[in-house]
Design a protein around this ligand. Structure first.
Ligand SMILES: [Zn+2]
Length: 138
């Protein structure tokens, strides 16, 4: 596992395995999800993989009514919006994710600071398996 490069490809492979992984700078301790090969805080290049607990809180969200084609194909549109958000993990890193099990049609009911837990949204199978990072209320 530790041999995997600190890349988006590795990040998505881990999501397929239902693991939320990031990189941690061995010099200053900053954590990045998705992983970065170089620390943006201290420019350190000694990184190690760290597994996140998958718990965090909602810090920002957008209700998407006109999504990319992939989402339209899954049935999302003006009548059936979905939520895209930013989650601050317990470990401190911030990550973009889909927010599920909330009423995306009534964004006024969704509160910043809501405690969330990770969920893995799989599509396809085998080598075509693609996993989107999601979070749902705890
Ligand atoms: Zn650093």
């Amino acid at each position: 596992m530790e041999a995997r490069p600190f890349s988006d490809l590795s990040y998505h492979q881990f999501l397929n395995e239902e693991r939320l992984m990031g990189s941690r700078c061995q010099q200053c301790g900053a954590r990045f999800v998705p992983p970065r090969p170089i620390c943006i805080r201290c420019q350190g290049q000694a990184m190690e993989w760290v597994e996140m607990t998958g718990e965090g809180k909602l810090v920002a969200f957008t209700c998407v009514t006109v999504g990319p084609r992939l989402m339209i194909e899954q049935g999302y549109d003006r009548e059936h919006p979905y939520l895209s958000g930013v989650v601050e993990l317990t470990e401190g890193a911030r990550v973009d994710a889909r927010i599920v099990e909330v009423d995306a049609g009534r964004p006024e009911t969704i509160k910043i600071g809501t405690p969330l837990v990770v969920t893995y949204l799989h599509r396809g199978e085998g080598k075509d398996l693609k996993t989107t990072l999601g979070f749902r209320p705890r």
